[in-house]
Design a protein around this ligand. Structure first.
Ligand code: ZN
Length: 475
């Protein structure tokens, strides 16, 4: 009986103590990285990194391990150096062109499948000048070559719809992996079908490098890498790669060796004579400035004698939803004709690309389709704009991204916070502040240091209390 009473008392005490400590432990205001509220997707890299810096200065003593750049050196293996000089593995750290290629890994380090293109012969075919000469204007009177850089992006499908509506050919200077979009030839992403659609619709595909680095600032080897990786990725989609390119930031400075290198690789260097500044004016309130720039330029010329080469970007919402239709209407109203860059230079279409006979086009299509959230059941393309479960937005006409309320679209509401990666494309992944490589972060599923300490203290106190009670009962 005495033993029974002892066991009951012990059990009761343990239960009370466990409940007591468990509640306290879970109510402890933890203060580590793992418990920081996740930053909203809209937050800039600087803001996120600012949070990281605050956390680091508060929690850790060896901040040097997290910094990178000329002063701090390379990041640990497998991690990326962000534009602001912090090591990490999140998309915000690794996405090109912000990611610092000299001080860590970047998403651009990956190489497209298939044989390298470096051994393919590159004769200077046709009459259009190759590098080192830069081309800033068209030669066929009455033509306007609209060009779009930095895509494909989530807006590109809508731009293609618009160009179809006006039966207007354009030129796309495609970047292989930039702004966290992944590789253009990745069969699980929507970019390759968009590039195929460009070709089928009569548009011209040109290169805007692999990851949008400034070709005047990188080494000759890096410059070649930037061109050849994009060639391989486009070859994997088209079976060929372009002879036309535009340098990122329109910079291929004399003296840097860039222009000569482009000529050696068999590229026409294409600039422009109308800059819409659309990237500066990407809001409903400001896009009129870009429209004015375009209209004022065209007003100076006569379609009987004049032609234009225009730069825009399909990475910007207002360019696709507002500016481009205005430009098309103006082109038609003034008696001009929208054409590709190759056509405005009177270069036959066969000269726009170099075929890689070693690698059949569309090879990546043979890979199995992306699986849906229900294991083993392939997702079908959304037919009514809804998504989730067994329906994906990829390939639909409603937009690429599946929102948190299961609707397809291309707006930030669809593609940003809450976007469902399992049923479409998402622009920015939630930043990961606690990088697993870092020994200071206990791991994604780990508990905070503060919690661990408190639990240890609580367990020790409970043990001491029980021992004291047992001793009292037998005295
Ligand atoms: Zn660009």
């Amino acid at each position: 009986m005495r033993l029974y009473r002892f066991l009951v008392i012990i059990a009761l005490l343990m239960g009370i103590a466990q409940c007591f400590f468990f509640d306290i432990v879970n109510s402890v205001p933890t203060d580590t990285v793992l418990d920081q509220p996740e930053p909203a997707v809209e937050e800039s890299v600087a803001e996120v990194e600012g949070q990281i810096e605050i956390i680091q200065s508060r929690e850790f003593t060896q901040n040097a391990d997290y910094k990178c750049g000329a002063k701090w050196g390379r990041c640990p293996m497998g991690t990326c150096c962000s534009a602001s000089g912090y090591c990490g593995t999140s998309q915000l750290h690794c996405r090109s062109p912000d990611c610092l290629i000299d001080w860590g890994q970047c998403d651009a380090d990956r190489t497209p499948e298939g044989p390298p293109t470096k051994d393919i012969l590159r004769p200077s075919i046709g009459k259009v000048p190759y590098g080192p000469q830069e081309i800033r204007s068209c030669t066929v009177p009455g033509t306007v070559a609209l060009t779009f850089d930095d895509g494909p992006t989530r807006y590109t499908g809508e731009l293609l719809d618009l160009l179809d509506k006006y039966e207007a050919p354009a030129t796309f200077f495609v970047t292989g992996v930039n702004n966290g979009k992944g590789q253009i030839d990745d069969p699980s992403l929507p970019w390759a079908p968009l590039i195929e659609r460009m070709l089928l619709s009569g548009h011209q595909i040109a290169s805007h490098t692999w990851s949008h680095e400034d070709l005047s600032k990188i080494t000759p080897t890096q410059r070649r890498d930037q061109m050849e990786k994009n060639e391989a990725a486009l070859r994997n989609i088209m079976g060929s790669f372009p002879t036309y390119m535009r340098p990122p930031f329109s910079k291929c400075h004399a003296g840097s060796g860039c222009r000569e290198a482009m000529g050696d690789m068999g590229y026409h260097i294409i600039l422009y004579d109308i800059d819409t500044d659309d990237w500066k004016n990407d809001s409903p309130d400001h896009i009129q400035l870009s429209k004015d720039l375009f209209d004022n330029a065209l007003a100076k010329g006569n379609p009987a004698t004049k032609s234009w080469l225009v730069i825009g970007h399909d990475a910007h919402e207002q360019t696709v939803h507002n500016l481009t239709e205005h430009m098309l209407k103006t082109i038609i109203r003034l008696g001009y004709r929208p054409v590709t860059v190759g056509d405005c230079l009177q270069d036959p279409r066969d000269n726009w690309y170099r075929i890689d006979n070693r690698w059949p086009g569309h090879k990546n299509k043979k890979k199995p389709p992306r699986k849906g959230p229900q294991k083993g059941i392939p997702q079908q393309v959304s037919v009514d704009g809804s998504c989730g479960s067994n329906y994906t937005c990829l390939g639909s006409h409603f937009g690429l991204c599946c929102s948190s309320v299961y609707l397809c679209g291309n707006t930030t509401l669809h593609c940003g916070v809450g976007c469902r990666k399992d049923s479409g494309y998402c622009t920015v992944e939630t930043p990961s502040n606690g990088d697993p490589w870092d020994p200071k972060f206990p791991g994604k599923s780990g508990k905070s240091e503060g919690e661990s300490d408190f639990r240890a203290v609580g367990t020790a106190a409970l043990t001491s209390l029980l021992l004291a009670l047992i001793a009292a009962m037998f005295m």
